[in-house]
Design a protein around this ligand. Structure first.
Ligand code: FAD
Ligand code: NAI
Length: 486
């Protein structure tokens, strides 16, 4: 290709495609290269998030929750349902349709914003010190082309971490893609790893009828979450969701046969145990995807954990080469990847056009985390154990959903919201939620923290009655020991 682009983006997940759109909006001539193919062998934009991550998992969580709700919860409202059944292939087809709508939607967004899209695997080629542009070799099933660009944004994402003795076949042993494509609920489902994927996918198949056992290596449960939230979640998942979670285990072997998978492990008391299941999901974290990028030749530096090494502006060690999203340090979350993509696009525009950039770094402290289980879990900022470890003194205000009118009307009364505020300044340092729709409620907390709000500021805001958001309001009042409805 003879044209020289201002920016070439490698990877069209939420880091890459958003970066490409923002670059184009800012007037930069932009190309986005991506190698993803869907199961039908067609190029599909959107990366992990749209194809086998955020969107399809939420589609199945919604469908399975609807089934579970109809079957188990409507009778409390006086609604009788008989012979409620589920057609899993229809559920999967609905999920696939949602995925296609969004992946093709990105192709339209590229067209609208004049981003050139190219299918194939991109390799960043070594360049002479005097060169002012980068060359990327793009290989599409053996057909190669070279793309030339002044700036390169690498957004190649992540891939599942594997267990060496349990190769994924997506028949008996599944990764996230396999777990999203089952056409019937297994009778017995095992999950290795009680992290975000394990809990979300375990919830889907549990609601659809599987007996689910989750095996977790760490002694504690959800150790990244606030301890009180994690404790509440574990108890609610066991009581209400029916997820059997065994922590502190160590896997000894995993064997598959035509009919089942047998996991040998030692439990937290060092006793040998056997788990026999029909399907096993491996969800033990994800690793940065740098294969084929050419870092051994082009000199791109990785850190000790295999992530592309970047500074706070997402700059790599190579001039005008940036990296964003899962392939660099920080939370592996779609919104983090996108925000970094926007920040880098604006920084490039700053260099290229001499304009002032609006937003060049991403503050990880105000990135929300959400786990879409029932009840949902969400947090932002520091938790109690982090504040204690840092020696920061704080006040806590907490309010339960059971004391909220809207939650009662909905029949969703589990959980609470907790606000942690600085002892002296009252500035909000962290917000921790477990309960209905907290994936939505957390945004108010993020906004409060973004604007450096105090708990008093939140207490002064009028919240609609009756609404779940009143729980957040009451938690803020609770910081000053003046919650009204408890
Ligand atoms: P990716 O989305 O992984 O995209 C990278 C793209 O680069 C891919 O298309 C890949 O094919 C392409 N690529 C790689 N190498 C090359 C190359 N050399 N040349 C060309 N193309 C290349 N996050 C959330 O925030 N919320 C959620 O609810 C959520 N749910 C999830 C559920 C599951 C089951 C999984 C697995 C993940 C979930 N995540 C969620 C995480 C989220 O998907 C990732 O954080 C996000 O996709 C990272 O975006 P990215 O752009 O960095 O990389
Ligand atoms: P994870 O890091 O959330 O959880 C992995 C779990 O596996 C950990 O608890 C870990 O201790 C455990 N583990 C590791 N090795 C093990 C072993 N040998 N035996 C037993 N347990 C073991 O990773 P997960 O669930 O794979 O998800 C990857 C990432 O994808 C998440 O960290 C998150 O960033 C992202 N994601 C986000 C979602 C969301 O935002 N709602 C949903 C799904 C994924």
């Amino acid at each position: 290709m003879s044209e020289t682009f201002d920016v070439a983006v490698i990877g069209a997940g939420p880091g890459g495609y958003v970066a490409a759109i923002r670059c184009a909006q800012l007037g930069l001539n932009t190309i986005c290269i991506d190698e993803w193919k869907n199961p039908k062998g067609k190029a599909s934009l959107g990366g992990t998030c749209l194809n086998v991550g955020c969107i399809p998992s939420k589609a199945l969580l919604e469908s399975s929750e609807n089934y579970h709700h109809t079957k188990h919860k409507l009778s409390a409202h006086g609604i009788t349902t008989e012979n409620v059944s589920v057609d899993v292939p229809v559920m999967i087809a609905r999920k696939d349709k949602i995925v296609t709508t969004f992946t093709t939607g990105i192709a339209s967004l590229f067209k609208k914003n004049k981003v050139k899209s190219m299918h194939g695997k991109g390799t960043l080629l070594k360049r002479e010190a005097s060169a002012t542009t980068w060359q990327i070799k793009v290989d599409d099933s053996g057909n190669t082309e070279t793309v030339q660009a002044k700036h390169v944004i690498i957004a190649t994402g992540s891939v599942p971490r594997s267990l060496p003795f349990a190769p994924i076949d997506n028949d008996r042993i599944l990764d996230n893609a396999g777990a999203l494509a089952l056409t019937e609920a297994p009778n017995r489902l095992g999950v290795i790893g009680a992290g975000v994927i394990g809990l979300e996918m375990g919830s889907v198949w549990r609601r659809l009828g599987a007996e689910v056992t989750i095996l977790e290596a760490m002694p504690g449960f959800l150790m990244a979450a606030d301890e009180q939230v994690a404790k509440e979640a574990k108890s609610l998942f066991a009581k209400e969701s029916g997820l059997q979670i065994n922590t502190g285990i160590s896997i000894k072997s995993i064997k598959t046969s035509k009919n089942n998978v047998v996991v040998n492990y030692s439990d937290s008391s060092n006793q040998e145990q056997i788990l026999e299941v029909d399907k096993l999901i491996i969800a033990i974290g994800r690793i940065p995807n740098t294969t084929g990028l050419g870092f051994k030749d082009n000199g791109l530096l990785l850190d000790e954990r295999g992530f592309i090494a970047v500074d706070q502006y997402c700059r790599t060690n190579l001039t005008n080469v940036y990296a964003v999203g899962d392939v660099v340090r920080g939370p592996m979350l779609a919104h983090k990847a996108s925000e970094e993509g926007v920040a880098v696009a604006e920084m490039i525009m700053h260099f290229e056009k001499g304009r002032v950039s609006e937003n060049e770094t991403v503050d990880f402290n105000i990135i929300p985390w959400v786990i879409y289980t029932a009840p949902e879990i969400a947090w932002v900022g520091k938790n109690e154990q982090e504040l204690k470890a840092a020696g920061i003194t704080y006040k806590a205000g907490q309010f339960p959903f059971i004391a909220n009118g809207r939650a009662r009307a909905m029949g969703e009364t589990s959980g609470f919201i907790k606000i942690l505020a600085d002892e002296k300044t009252d500035r909000v340092l962290g917000v921790h939620m477990i309960g209905p729709h907290v994936s939505e409620l957390i945004s108010e907390a993020v906004m409060a923290m973004k604007f450096s709000a105090s708990s008093e500021d939140i207490a002064c805001i009028v919240h609609a009655h009756p609404s779940l958001s009143e729980v957040f309001h009451e938690a803020a009042l609770g910081v000053d020991k003046r919650a009204l409805h408890i």
